[in-house]
Design a protein around this ligand. Structure first.
Ligand SMILES: Cc1ncc(COP(=O)(O)O)c(C=O)c1O
Length: 428
């Protein structure tokens, strides 16, 4: 029996389904035991070029020596106190405020879900309102406030689709769902719920469904509608933050939200997340004397996460990280498009910067509903075959791929060669 299978069977004895977060259980089941740079290695000794990047944190690559050295140095001297603040927290917060336009102040927590939860609760406190707008297909974490109408079954689009059993009906029903890239829909929702909407939360690029780009004017339109309605605009930059620019996608788009949530690429794989925003709002948190919005967490601001984030941001400041990953992303997309053209494959290669995905459909999707036209079984077979050939992409429908600073031109060449041979095989 393969070592992968042995470990999986053992894991299922102690853990429901054998995995510690949803959608980690895929077929064939991988057990990775080593990671270095752009490569990951399974328990049977197979090597893969990794584009899954653990859902996005690895912008520099796995086990990055500069980040690791900074973390080791930090934990050799300090850790966590549960009182006061640390020099690492101050430096990390300073760097975020320096780069992210909406960040006048920052608070650290440990996951993107915590960050979006706090942003939504703060918005309710600031506005005295209850309702929230999100978009079909976007994901903002596992809590009741936002976990509805994510990767919905097609027949559930436009309907009430809670993401989990056990959610409070009130939370589900106070979250209204709009169509991405459809400003008329958002405007109508504001009109029908006048004076009731506390916040609008959006992934500025909905990467949880691959890569659906905001159409020109859409994010600006959201900004204007939120301002006109006294609603807080929350950019959930847990994926886009630091990956698409050191200042986040808000800097690329030229649209500044009231609150921003960040995670993943901010610390190259180490656990930390953040909520940032305008000072008058952030000062409502009870970390500030007199603040009335609860904010707490035993591990908030731990030396591991803050040191890793400082190191990651410093490297982005001092080396051409974005220039390189954008160039490699462009090469990848152009290479795949050229292969499709030559082989007569009907597909749309979507992407931005270091992120891309191949939808097997013949037009650019503008929102989640458009993705019904993607050939899901082809999408899955394609990714499984790539995995068999040493190119790791999550074998699940509508998932994106990430390039990191440690990927090389040679990795892209090898990937394109394998993509071509897999597509030839699938076509025949
Ligand atoms: C856009 C977005 N927001 C929030 C989250 C939740 O982050 P976490 O898994 O760290 O709780 C995710 C996770 O994938 C995400 O993609």
């Amino acid at each position: 029996m393969s070592r992968n299978v042995q470990i999986y069977e053992e894991s299922k004895k102690y853990t429901p389904g054998g995995v510690h977060t949803s959608i980690r259980s895929v077929d064939p089941f991988p057990v990775f035991v080593k990671a270095q740079g752009a490569y990951i290695y399974d328990a049977d000794g197979r090597k893969y070029i990794d584009y899954q990047a653990a859902f996005g944190p690895f912008i520099l690559g796995h086990n990055h020596p500069y980040v690791n050295a900074k973390v080791i140095e930090a934990i050799g001297r300090t850790d966590l106190y549960g009182v006061g603040c640390t020099d690492l927290e101050v430096e990390c917060a300073r760097l975020i405020c320096k780069h992210v336009p909406s960040s006048e102040q920052v608070l650290f927590c440990n996951s993107g879900s915590e960050a979006t939860y706090h942003a939504i609760r703060l918005s309710r406190a600031v506005t005295g309102r209850k309702k929230l707008i999100k978009f079909q297909g976007c994901y903002h974490g596992w809590h009741d406030y936002a976990a509805r109408n994510m990767l919905s079954a097609w027949e559930m689009i436009g309907k009430r689709d809670p993401g989990s059993a056990g959610m409070l009906d009130e939370a589900v029903d106070h979250t209204l769902v709009c169509t991405f890239n459809d400003l008329d829909d958002v405007e109508r929702t504001f009109r029908e719920n006048k004076g009731e909407i506390a916040a609008l939360i959006v992934e500025p690029i909905p990467h949880n469904i691959g890569c659906v780009l905001p159409q020109p004017g859409f994010l600006q339109g959201l900004r204007e509608l939120c301002s006109a309605n006294g609603t807080l605009l929350i950019f959930d930059e847990v994926i886009t933050g630091f990956r698409h620019d050191i200042g986040g996608f808000q800097l690329v788009a030229g649209v500044t939200p009231d609150l921003t949530t960040m995670g993943k690429a901010m610390a190259n794989g180490y656990p930390i997340a953040a909520i940032a925003g305008r000072k008058p709002y952030m000062e409502r948190f009870n970390t500030n004397p007199g603040g009335d919005v609860w904010f707490a967490g035993t591990y908030n601001g731990h030396a591991v996460g803050t040191a890793a984030s400082i190191a990651t941001i410093e490297l982005m400041e001092n080396e051409p990280v974005h220039e390189r990953i954008f160039r490699l992303g462009d090469r990848m997309r152009a290479g795949i498009r050229e292969i499709h053209e030559r082989l007569g494959i009907k597909a749309f290669v979507a992407g931005f910067g270091s992120v891309w995905t191949t939808y097997f459909m013949d037009f650019e999707p503008k929102h989640y509903g458009d993705l019904q036209h993607n050939d899901a079984s082809m999408y899955l077979s394609y990714r499984r075959k790539l995995n068999e050939n040493g190119i790791f992409k999550l074998p699940m429908n509508l998932k994106r791929n990430h390039i990191g600073y440690s990927h090389t031109d040679e990795d892209i060449d090898v990937t394109l060669e394998i993509i071509e041979s897999v597509l030839k095989e699938l076509r025949s």
